[in-house]
Ligand binder design. Structure first.
Ligand code: FAD
Length: 386
């Protein structure tokens, strides 16, 4: 379904391909990848002038630009292949009120841009971009807040409501990203409240489910019952989850039961179960499969076929990150399915945590060739042969 390598790299020049090859070859080596990541951290701390190198290499591959405006070329290029863009302001680790307002305004700006452009089907925000992590942790643990913290909590919630209302008013759906399990309850409660308020006739608010968590299929079943009983529609982005190591380490350190699967196959099974449940309840669910996994993406295609749902039904989207799994995005889009890529943008310094996660994700385990590198090598070989 996704194995047409020519289609996957259609809009990449030989030069793009060589740069991608060099990048993935470098980060696939665990020792080099770890050393480089540590070096970047130290260099940033010492204010060494390394932004230019990062911008020309890893940033160029995984990010759209430093601003929404600078990301236009990426948006246009993806749209030529019928792939939408989800503008993702990826500045992370910010802790001041002005940073939180900036992040809210960036999401609102992306909604305003999206309302008049078919090439941007969704907007997105990360809850930790809108509040202090430590405050969210306190709320999650039901710890009594000080008066000042209570004001902060209200401001956080009104930022989310402001984004969701703008999304609903402008008819541009918004994704709420999922984060660490020790703040996720707080996010889920607000997300469901937003769905009840805004997803009455159409779905404008999407929460994210991480299927590496061992309680999420049950959570989904309860959410479906809640939605049917209370007459609201559900929007869900399904992902496996990005904080696997941290989840296991923290549970061990604090001595509570591990909230995530530790066997990959169990995560895969739950992901596919959740996808199936969403499609079986498509009368009240809109779903975005945020995955680079071929088996889950193929399953979604088979489910659409089985339930006689049209390929371009607006309730169903495939989504991958920019610079990752182009074979899924480009082949699915070519076959007429709805596809959109997360296009991270923001100042180079602020996007480093995001880029570090991408480097880690593409580091080979036990010397295996990564999925991205394999595909790039296959395309380089194909081009040589023609
Ligand atoms: C469009 C999009 C949006 C995203 N949004 C979010 C988000 O909001 N929040 C978030 O946390 N992540 C998000 N992610 C990242 C996502 O959670 C995954 O980290 C990433 O996509 C890799 O998983 P995969 O489904 O592509 O497939 P695969 O590569 O098949 O799976 C890798 C994933 O499996 C899980 N895993 C790995 N080893 C084990 C093990 N031993 N036992 C159990 N499970 C294991 C981990 O979750 C790992 O990331 C998003 C990804 C995409 C494409």
């Amino acid at each position: 379904m996704f194995d047409n390598i020519k289609v996957a790299f259609e809009d990449k020049s030989d030069r793009d391909l060589s740069r991608a090859y060099l990048l993935f070859k470098t980060i696939s080596n665990p020792i080099i990848s770890k050393t480089l990541t540590a070096f970047v951290k130290i260099a940033m701390w010492l204010h060494l002038p390394i932004n230019g190198v990062i911008k020309a290499t890893v940033y160029k591959h995984f990010c759209g630009g430093t601003t929404i405006k600078n990301s236009q070329d990426t948006i246009d290029k993806l749209w030529e292949s019928h792939i939408g863009t989800i503008l993702d302001f990826s500045a992370e680790g910010k802790e001041s009120e002005s940073d939180f307002n900036r992040a809210m305004n960036e999401t609102i700006a992306s909604i305003n841009k999206a309302k008049s452009e078919n090439s941007i089907p969704f907007s997105v925000f990360k809850p930790t971009g809108l509040s202090r992590f430590s405050l969210l942790k306190k709320i999650n643990n039901n710890i009594k807040l000080s008066e000042k913290e209570e004001i902060e909590r209200k401001t956080f919630e009104s930022r989310i409501e402001n984004i969701c209302k703008t999304a609903s008013d402008n008819q541009v759906p918004v994704f709420i990203d999922a984060e660490e399990s020790w703040i996720q309850n707080t996010i889920d409660i607000i997300a469901v409240r937003m769905m009840k308020k805004f997803n009455t006739k159409e779905v404008w608010v999407f929460n994210t489910l991480q299927l590496y968590r061992n309680d999420r299929v049950l959570y989904l079943e309860k959410l479906l019952t809640n939605a049917r009983e209370n007459n609201f529609l559900i929007g869900l982005k399904l992902v496996r989850g990005a904080y696997h190591e941290q989840e296991i380490e923290r549970a061990k350190e604090k001595g509570y039961p591990c909230p995530v699967h530790t066997i990959k196959k169990n995560t895969d099974t739950d992901y596919n179960k959740a996808l199936t449940l969403c499609i079986e309840n498509i009368d009240i669910v809109s779903v975005c499969a945020g995955t680079h996994n071929e088996e889950s993406s193929s399953l979604l295609i088979n489910l659409l076929d089985k339930h006689k749902i049209s390929k371009d039904d607006k309730r169903i989207y495939f989504s991958q990150l920019l610079g990752m799994s182009d074979h899924i995005s480009y082949n699915a889009a070519k076959q007429g399915f709805n596809v959109a890529k997360y296009v991270p943008y923001g100042p180079v310094n602020d996007v480093i945590p995001y880029l570090t996660r991408r480097a880690k994700e593409n580091t080979s385990i036990a010397g295996q060739m990564g999925r991205e590198l394999n595909n790039i090598i296959a395309e380089k070989k194909r081009r040589k042969e023609v």
